[in-house]
Design a protein around this ligand. Structure first.
Ligand code: HPA
Ligand code: ZN
Length: 357
């Protein structure tokens, strides 16, 4: 399974499997809109809005994208987010991401946003939400459907999460679900049990980042206390066989982000990533980009990086895309339509998969 360095880019047949995977229709379910803020856009928005940044140029910003761990990334990520000030800024950010997503064959996206990062700087909650929603609407022209997932920052308190939820409640029709992100270590899901109970009482689904840097116990808490429907990252689940059995039996999806995990040193290199092991354990794994402007690429860049490290079969790529539709928050008719289009795509490319895998 592990590719030897001497094998280089692989055979023609392997190359065609990578192209097959890049071209397949798929959903992206773990991407932070603030993490799609490319250095070029950071610089132009800083100029437009008169925001002083510690980085004098795009090159300086790119050079800063060498991270030791999650926290060292978050420090840069929050600093760059300070250039986002107007509804138009959030709109342009969303449209720029959706253009790239469409080019990668993505047909559906579920996108995180972090309102507390912006309201703390005096930006109105409504400014953020309106800009992002308008951008998502514009994405329909590109053939993309989308959902917005509002995240609570776990380095802040539950009281602050409740305050953010109070701002969101008048706009619930524009918020499709709620998540939990930011610094994981020392901030277990249990600290947010009550605010997520309120979220569920409002009829909104819950997801949570867990088991990225944090231990498997945080995944159990996300499932049992927050009633998370998906686990974002979750790669450390493999350390706990009982947890794997629970996740497999319940088909709780893991939204795995390979380039993110390597850049944040969750794994020392791509060949050490456990994505093939997660897949082969029967978990409902999906591939996602997390913060593509910071981690070296968008969804197809993640696919190419994984394909460069492992010999995944056409059937395994098919399962990854099918899982992304299984895990998406859409009605059954839409899920079946996308799965059919995936079957047709693989059949057209000479890899009939329908009813297999
Ligand atoms: N983990 C936690 N919080 C985040 C991340 C992440 O990978 N990206 C943006 N916020
Ligand atoms: Zn994330």
């Amino acid at each position: 399974m592990r590719r030897h360095a001497s094998e280089g880019a692989g055979t023609t047949r392997e190359k065609s499997v990578v192209e097959l995977a890049c071209g397949m229709p798929k959903a992206e379910l773990h991407v932070h809109i603030e993490g799609t803020l490319e250095p070029g856009l950071v610089m132009s928005l800083a100029r437009r809005n008169g925001v002083a940044l510690a980085y004098p140029s795009e090159e300086a910003l790119r050079a800063a994208c060498r991270f030791r761990d999650l926290q060292s990334f978050l420090d840069l990520y929050y600093a760059c987010a300070s250039v986002l000030r107007t509804e138009q800024d959030f709109y342009e950010l969303m449209v720029a991401y959706l253009r790239r997503a469409a080019a990668d064959g993505i047909v559906h996206v579920e996108i995180f946003f972090d309102p507390q990062t912006h309201t703390a700087r005096g930006i109105a909650f409504e400014t953020v939400l309106r800009g992002l929603r308008r951008g998502l609407e514009a994405g329909r022209i590109l053939g993309l459907s989308g959902r917005l997932i509002m995240c609570f920052l776990r380095h802040l308190s539950q009281a602050e999460a409740f305050a953010a939820l109070a701002q969101a409640e008048p706009h619930l029709e524009a918020i499709d679900g709620f998540g939990l992100d930011s610094s994981e270590r020392g901030h277990p899901p249990s600290q947010f049990a009550e605010v997520f109970a309120r979220v569920r009482s409002l009829g909104r689904p819950v997801v949570a980042h867990a088991g990225e840097e944090g231990p498997p116990a945080y995944i159990w808490e996300a499932l049992d206390l927050l009633k998370a429907r998906r686990i974002d990252h979750g790669v450390r689940a493999l350390e706990d066989p009982a947890l794997v059995r629970r996740l497999v039996a319940s088909r709780i999806p893991l939204t795995v982000c390979p380039l993110s995990n390597v850049r944040l040193r969750v794994f020392p290199e791509m060949t050490a990533h456990n994505l093939p092991a997660l897949l082969r354990a029967g978990l409902c794994v999906t591939i996602n980009s997390d913060d593509p402007a910071y981690f070296g690429g968008y969804l197809n860049d993640n696919i190419r990086a994984v394909a460069g490290a492992f010999h995944l079969s056409a059937a395994e790529w098919y399962v990854l895309a099918r899982n992304s539709f299984e895990a998406a928050w859409v009605d059954e008719a839409q899920r079946e339509a996308w799965t059919r289009s995936l079957d047709e795509y693989f059949a057209r490319q000479g890899y009939p998969m329908a009813g297999r895998a």
